[in-house]
Ligand binder design. Structure first.
Ligand SMILES: Cc1cc2nc3c(=O)[nH]c(=O)nc-3n(C[C@H](O)[C@H](O)[C@H](O)COP(=O)(O)O)c2cc1C
Length: 168
């Protein structure tokens, strides 16, 4: 398959963007044409054969850009293979076990008939936006919990499923 895959992301502090780029890189290595773009900058999803959508978690909700993206493109997304991911937990939990989607993401999954979802560990470091973020970091509760081996493995599975789907 020489499919075109979009990895759209919603981020406040940039760490979800880096996850999206890692996923796009793996898909590129697996032979797909892939790009990671901020969800808000994507006008149409119709040029893509498959879409991955990721968002940081804030107060139990998916990032608003990811939510809007699903609302705006829901119809076209439902017509192609879609995977969702969340990034959030500021501890090792996401590397240790499956963390289910928050309710809003579960709704988004059913809306676009998503093929899968995963929660990756998050990242919050010095310079993050907002006083709550700065307080978390100041209290020593921040850090980088993104597991790039886990992220790349998930992206490889997407590539496999896309190839299998193509053979159909
Ligand atoms: C104000 C605030 C609220 C947060 N709420 C959650 C949450 O409800 N669940 C969670 O898993 N992580 C939560 N986090 C952690 C973020 O999801 C994590 O830092 C994530 O990597 C941010 O993504 P971004 O850098 O792409 O914006 C929160 C962080 C901040 C600063």
């Amino acid at each position: 398959m020489t499919g075109k895959v979009l990895v759209a992301y919603g981020t406040t502090n940039g760490s979800t963007a880096r996850i999206a780029e890692a996923i796009a890189d793996v898909l590129g290595k697996e032979g797909f044409t892939s790009e990671a773009l901020p969800a808000g900058s994507v006008a149409r999803v119709t040029p893509y054969d498959a879409v991955v959508i990721g968002g940081g978690l804030y107060a139990g909700r998916w990032h608003k850009d990811a939510r809007r993206f699903v609302r705006r493109h829901g119809h076209d997304l439902a017509a192609r293979p879609v995977w969702l991911f969340s990034s959030g937990p500021l501890d090792a939990s996401a590397s240790e076990r499956d963390i289910p989607p928050v309710p809003g993401v579960r709704k988004a999954m059913s809306r676009v008939d998503a093929k899968g979802h995963v929660t990756f560990g998050g990242c919050l470091e010095e310079g993050a936006k907002g006083w709550v973020a700065r307080m978390i970091v100041r209290n020593g509760k921040g850090g980088d919990f993104r597991d790039f081996a886990q992220i790349e493995e998930w992206a490889r599975r997407i590539a496999e499923e896309l190839v299998a789907g193509e053979k159909g």
